[in-house]
Write a protein that binds this ligand. Structure first.
Ligand code: ZN
Length: 438
């Protein structure tokens, strides 16, 4: 996939210049010119000033812009060849210069742009080598010396991205959550954020059903019209089994960098316990409960079983410390975490641990282990217990919700910020109504 664009057309420009000169010569009438006694008037000719263009023409010759995506396993030689560059001096410069070498921090599919002359020598090379959604680092390599004695310069500079709000929405179909997200063109990193934002209130593995609806507004950084990186989900709405969940990112009025997600009316989204300790991914999607967690079952069993393939990641459901990591009869490989206020959580039948040690502090959502079938287990699954003063609780019915609610000035600031984002969500709702009518 390549694109050649002549940066301009010398033949066309030359033709325009010839026409101008012809017109200039034809202005003075021949008879008056030859009559020495005829009255003379000097008039300025309205000609375009083409000297700048002529100089550029003489200096640069025709150049071509050529773009190529980085490929896995690319070397400097293979990349330059695809870019149509045959320039050993340029190749040597890029392989040695530290700034130029940042080219090889690029991920596959990121685009490199080269300007080459008619002799396939490199005139300039441009690529976005790093950055986040709001700013990029651009590498610019330029030919500096003349073409007999070539030299190059490489510069890394920060350039601001154009921040856009992208909007997506959809309805979960029979094809399942991930296929619906793909069809709605929601990028994977945005899907992961959405799952994480609602992880205190929704278990995406077991709660999401066909007909559930979502609206998402997220930030994305663009440079020269091309996406550089997706940013944060700024507003999201999920209708799950007729229950409405909403989340809005708010930086806080004091600019303290301690932003968090709130409901649209200003209640905090954070919960002491996640709804599920098992990562919901394409891999684990579609796995159900091993046994439905009705009351008499979990009280006999003391916990809930989450079925998922061996190796699926297991997350701490709450902040705490590691109380035990190792093996116990029946449980197999097990992690026990201690949490504030007398709570503890048990994660059993694990295939392995994520390098955690007894006494280590753990944050909510942190990777602690991997699903397996060690101990008394007939298939890969996680046995999960939530205990209060060592008495097992049903983790699915214990809500333990004490959401923070904004008040006073913070609430005023939040509500004015919210109204702007809500208008975007309203637009998405409108689109949905229109498409369901059509
Ligand atoms: Zn179990």
């Amino acid at each position: 996939m390549s694109r050649y664009t002549p940066s301009w057309l010398p033949a066309g420009l030359a033709a325009v210049l010839m026409l101008c000169m012809a017109a200039a010569m034809g202005v003075a009438p021949r008879s008056a010119y030859h009559d020495a006694g005829a009255p003379r008037r000097l008039e300025a000719l309205q000609l375009p000033d083409v000297r700048d263009q002529l100089e550029k023409l003489a200096d640069a010759g025709a150049t071509y812009i050529h773009e190529e995506p980085m490929r896995r396993g690319d070397t400097i030689a293979t990349l330059l060849r695809r870019l149509g560059v045959e320039d050993p001096d340029a190749q040597q410069f890029i392989s040695r210069d530290p700034a130029a070498r940042t080219l090889f921090n690029l991920q596959p599919d990121q685009v490199v742009q080269a300007e080459v002359d008619q002799d396939k020598l490199l005139v300039s090379l441009r690529a976005l080598v790093a950055g986040n959604s709001s700013a990029s680092r651009e590498l610019l390599i330029r030919r500096a010396g003349d073409f007999q004695k070539p030299a190059f310069k490489a510069n890394l500079q920060a350039v601001r991205n154009e921040l856009r709000y992208e909007m997506r929405s959809g309805t979960i179909t029979a094809n399942g959550f991930f296929r619906t997200m793909d069809a709605a063109k929601v990028p994977d990193d945005i899907v992961r954020q959405m799952i994480s934002i609602f992880s205190g209130v929704v278990d995406f593995q077991h709660d999401i059903v066909q007909g559930d609806r979502f609206h998402i507004v997220y930030e994305a950084g663009f440079r020269d019209g091309a996406l550089v990186r997706n940013g944060r989900v700024v507003a999201v709405e999920l209708v799950n089994r007729a229950q409405l969940y909403q989340a809005l990112w708010y930086d806080g009025a004091d600019g303290s960098n301690s932003g968090a997600y709130y409901t649209f009316d200003g209640r905090g989204m954070a919960r002491p316990f996640l709804r599920s300790p098992v990562e919901f991914s394409r891999l684990s999607s579609g796995f159900g409960w091993r046994n439905h967690p009705v009351h008499h079952q979990w009280i006999k069993h003391k916990g809930v079983d989450f079925a998922a393939p061996t190796g699926t990641r297991v997350f701490a459901t709450a902040d705490g410390t590691v109380d035990f990591v190792g093996q116990q009869t029946g449980y197999g490989n097990i992690v026990i975490l201690k949490h504030p206020d007398g709570y503890s959580t048990y994660y059993a039948h694990l295939s392995g641990f994520a390098g955690i040690q007894p006494g280590q502090r753990i944050t909510q959502g942190q990777l602690i282990a991997y699903i397996g079938q060690t101990g008394w287990a007939t298939g890969p699954h996680l046995h999960y217990e939530l205990r209060f003063n060592d008495v097992p609780q049903n983790p699915l019915s214990v809500m333990l919700m004490k959401p923070v609610t904004l008040s006073g000035r913070a609430r005023q600031g939040f509500l004015s910020h919210a109204s702007d984002m809500l208008s975007r969500i309203h637009v998405l709702r409108g689109i949905e109504v229109a498409s369901s009518l059509g």
